[in-house]
Design a protein around this ligand. Sequence first.
Ligand code: PBG
Length: 330
Amino acid sequence: MTLPPYPATRLRRLRRTPALRSMVRESALSPADFIWPIFVMEGTDAEEPVASMPGVVRRTVDRVGAAAREAWALGIPAICIFPYTGMEARTEDCALAWSPDNIANRAIRAIKEACPEIAVMTDIALDPYNINGHDGFVENGEIVNDRTVEALVKMALVQADCGADILGPSDMMDGRIGAMRAALESAGHSHVTILSYTAKYASAFYGPFRDAVGASSALVGDKNTYQMDPANSDEAMRLVERDLGEGADMVMVKPGMPYLDIVGRVKREFGVPTFAYQVSGEYAMMQAAAQNGWLDGDKVMLESLMCFKRAGCDGVLTYFAPTAARLLQG
Ligand code: PBG
């Protein structure tokens, strides 16, 4: 058999110039794709760096309004609040979790006052307030489900009262979405959305985050009885179906980059608003390599974020949000 004297299909033809490449580009990345996670702490007019997350700071509540305005000006539609809590905030009954005056709830109000347009997202789990660092109550060494759900519902209602637009249950208890949705409806918060941390894996990539929020020394044991096994994919589909059925508006896969196959499956099988969390460890790896001159930091940041879009994400929670938005705005 004789081969033709030229390749039948020359795919390189469409890669030849920037104009041709832009015509056939299948995905797009913009600041509107980002949710920016920020860390808040007690005190006034201060910021401190998070050692394991170069470029990320914890800021006092009086500074979150300015951060939100900056994000909104960059075209970022949502900001997500995480509280830094010391041992003094942690108790066995986790009562501070549903206090309207805890730092996370004060931060919601501060952002809504300074920048009412931006969507404020919260985190719902007991870990910042729990003496043992777990997302649920611990009884006889076990993380108990139903009593935890009652507490999570209290957190959700207070956050909604404070003005939160998007609630983010990150606890992985069973039945929490339905319980929250019902409570929100009867409390007059039917407009408040839920972005469920639906497929949240028990991941070692959360290490730097636990430093950032003061949880590393608090955590007793691991989270393997409630967060997912990284080996599982079908189970994530069952969780998505369950959470949607209970009233979740949007779903999330977490971590991000090593789990893009899950994102792709969720988007293809359900066609619902799908988000991913590019978590602290993913951020730290890229920043560490960039600081050593081993990777081009800006390029890997934008490439990684584009890959979330290609995989099927409607948006991504990323600590790079303001930096990436600035680059995208040129
Ligand atoms: C806690 C929570 C965690 C993250 C978000 N919410 C940590 C955990 O489950 O231990 C991790 C985020 C990150 O690593 O960037 N419920």
